[in-house]
Design a protein around this ligand. Structure first.
Ligand SMILES: [Zn+2]
Length: 227
């Protein structure tokens, strides 16, 4: 059985702008607090949680590789959970129940422009034998087009890669629609792609880089549970 969820600010021990369930070391929080928060997460899923050193790239690795800088990780292992950390970027989780394969993807604007969603789905098919029709995708809370205003140059870039619908009101980007489009183009069924309606920038329950600047990271977590 494949399980997944998205964390929010609640349930951890961090203080100040990281209050309370910050899962990232690189944002200036007390390292001991982050270690405690990650331990809380591991107790919840009852296995080791693999985090990525995310760099806004389109680099994809397998969980069997040595962990390095990347923005997507794919696994068929039962003993590991995969996590993607965000504060406005899209935490994209994908899985193929038939093949028993899971993926965690960090998909912000840069990753979306580099087609990381589609490339990860392709990696799942080529390296792990997944079928595009069986791959399901879930996008957790992220900055939505209500808040994600960009420069007109970036808006033009987006419109050149994706459909016009991905740019709202002149220069507000709809990142999850971009990801959806590229996944459907690759062959995922549109009814197997779910997108959270919650905007991390509107909703103070989530860390938001755009709203808060110095802040923590919440996570999308996916894993296989053996019954
Ligand atoms: Zn918003």
């Amino acid at each position: 059985m494949i399980r997944y969820f998205f964390t929010d600010k609640r349930g951890g021990v961090s203080e100040g702008p990281y209050r309370s369930f910050n899962l990232a070391f690189h944002v200036g929080d007390d390292a001991e607090a982050v270690r405690k928060n990650r331990a809380i997460l591991e107790r919840k899923v009852k296995k080791r949680v693999l985090f990525m050193n995310q760099i806004h790239s389109d680099k994809i690795i397998s969980a069997s590789d040595n962990l390095c800088e990347c923005d997507a990780i794919v696994s068929d292992r039962d003993d590991l959970a995969l996590a993607v950390m965000v504060a406005d970027c899209v935490p994209l989780l994908m899985f193929d129940r038939h093949a028993g394969v899971i993926a965690a993807v960090h998909a912000g604007r840069a990753g979306a422009f580099k087609l990381i969603a589609k490339k990860t789905a392709a990696y799942m098919c080529e390296r792990f034998g997944c079928d595009p029709k069986n791959i399901e995708a879930v996008m957790g809370p992220h900055i939505r087009s209500c808040c994600y205003e960009v420069s007109s140059k970036i808006a033009r870039e987006a419109a050149a890669i994706f459909s016009k619908e991905c740019v709202k009101r002149g220069r507000f980007l709809d990142i999850s629609l971009m990801l959806r489009e590229s996944l459907v183009q690759f062959g995922l069924k549109s009814d197997k792609i779910r997108i959270s309606k919650e905007c991390s920038c509107c909703n103070e329950r989530y860390f938001s880089y755009r709203r808060e600047g110095v802040t923590g990271r919440f996570a999308g977590v996916i894993y296989k549970e053996i019954r």
